[in-house]
Design a protein around this ligand. Structure first.
Ligand SMILES: CC(C)=CCC/C(C)=C/CC/C(C)=C/CC/C(C)=C/COP(=O)(O)OP(=O)(O)O
Ligand SMILES: Cc1cc(O)c2ccccc2c1O
Length: 372
């Protein structure tokens, strides 16, 4: 038999534990009623019930631990999702397609491709692009350019803190440098050439919005045309073949124009808020009508180039034309000024067009492609 005062002490221990946890959820509340039931039963004085009380205390503690762990793991998952979303992964096609293109050209020229070099190169370009997006998030927020209706609300909605974005950006730049170091050992490309292209890409990704902020003085379009086009394609090609060549620069043109269409639609969408924030973009300089004409040129001129390549060199170059049906709705949306999802949709088109372009190059009969 257990004296009822000892049972009461156990009860208060449970209640005390419960009180601490009251704010955290229903399951804990349920424990209180189980303990109360026990005290009512305990006052009848059955000894066997004591082990039941210990079980309740033990179960209560392990439930608390489980709840705590579940909360920590769900917090971690939310935080990870926030970091991934802050990178704006929808835009990654813009950096992956030039890597695929440069590697495909190397395959055509050298007859083989080193898959490890391809992977490391893709990671290097991807993380530098991701870091560039984070720098953009940080500076657009601190300059008051991003607002409640912006596409990028990572900092505006306090999904992440500014120092989280800074730390994550620094981590990605460090990872990029690690990849570049690895490439130095894996590839036969001379160190000064590797460093020139890699740090060219890295500094462009920072200076786009950081430092002098090229985006704010209407130079963002030039940066995107160069980095996501010739620079990234040449980088992927050079680490494979071990030397610099002008060939990838020429092949990069159709893809670079399409990637610039993503940015131009983005800047046309943001024209009014950018103007209010006091920054200058190409879209603001040329106005809505010329912006529409420029978007069409960027969207459709690559198809003209593919037609020329297909009719003069090899029919496999007609493969990217399969994406034409995706381009017409974009033109219509731009014309009716429904800009909201055009950058994301153009990025999808960019991925498919890039992949078809790469397949077209791989499938081209030996010696049929223009080698300048
Ligand atoms: C050659 C090597 C190693 C790397 C090249 C890697 C690349 C492609 C770097 C370019 C990084 C870069 C310039 C990123 C900027 C990304 C960008 C265009 C962000 C869009 O910014 P906003 O125009 O402000 O759009 P939002 O309004 O959506 O924020
Ligand atoms: C976030 C973001 C937004 C864009 O509009 C981009 C356009 C071209 C290339 C990359 C882009 C990007 O990373």
């Amino acid at each position: 038999m257990w004296p009822s005062n000892r049972i009461t002490i156990h009860f208060f221990m449970i209640v005390a534990g419960t009180t601490v946890d009251l704010g955290s959820g229903m399951a804990v509340g349920q424990k209180t009623s189980r303990a109360e039931t026990f005290v009512l039963a305990g006052s009848n004085g059955h000894e066997t019930r004591h082990s039941g009380l210990n079980d309740i205390v033990r179960n209560h503690t392990s439930d608390q631990q489980r709840l705590g762990m579940a909360r920590v793991s769900s917090d971690m998952r939310n935080k990870c999702a926030a970091y991934v979303l802050a990178l704006r992964p929808w835009s990654f096609s813009a950096s992956l397609t030039p890597v695929a293109l440069g590697s495909a050209l190397a395959y055509k020229l050298e007859g083989s491709v080193d898959l490890v070099i391809l992977m490391v190169c893709a990671i290097a370009v991807l993380v530098v692009h991701g870091a560039g997006n984070l720098v953009n998030t940080y500076y657009d927020f601190s300059k008051g350019i991003d607002h409640k209706k912006s596409d990028d609300r990572t900092l505006v909605d306090e999904i992440l803190a500014p120092q989280d974005v800074v730390m994550f950006g620094a981590l990605l730049y460090s990872l990029g440098c690690l990849c570049a170091t690895l490439l130095y050992f894996l590839s036969t490309l001379r160190m000064e050439h590797l460093a020139l292209i890699y740090f060219g890409g890295l500094s462009s990704s920072f200076l786009y919005t950081g430092g002098i902020g090229l985006k704010y003085v209407a130079l963002g379009d030039v940066v995107i045309l160069i980095t996501f086009g010739p620079l990234a394609v040449m980088f992927a090609h050079a680490v494979q073949v071990g030397y610099l060549s002008v060939l990838p620069l020429v092949y990069a043109v159709p893809l670079a124009l399409n990637t610039e269409a993503i940015l131009h639609s983005n800047n046309t969408r943001d024209m009014d808020s950018d103007k209010q924030a006091g920054i200058v973009t190409l879209a603001i300089l040329i106005g809505p009508t010329l912006s529409y004409i420029l978007f069409n040129l960027l969207l459709f001129f690559p198809y003209v180039l593919f037609c020329i390549l297909a009719t003069h060199y090899t029919i496999s170059m007609a493969l990217p034309l399969l994406t034409l049906p995706m381009a017409f709705p974009l033109e219509r949306q731009f014309r009716s000024q429904c800009y909201s999802k055009i950058p994301q949709k153009t990025a999808k088109l960019n991925l498919l067009m890039g992949l078809f372009y790469v397949f077209g190059i791989i499938l081209a009969p030996q010696g049929s492609l223009p080698l300048l």
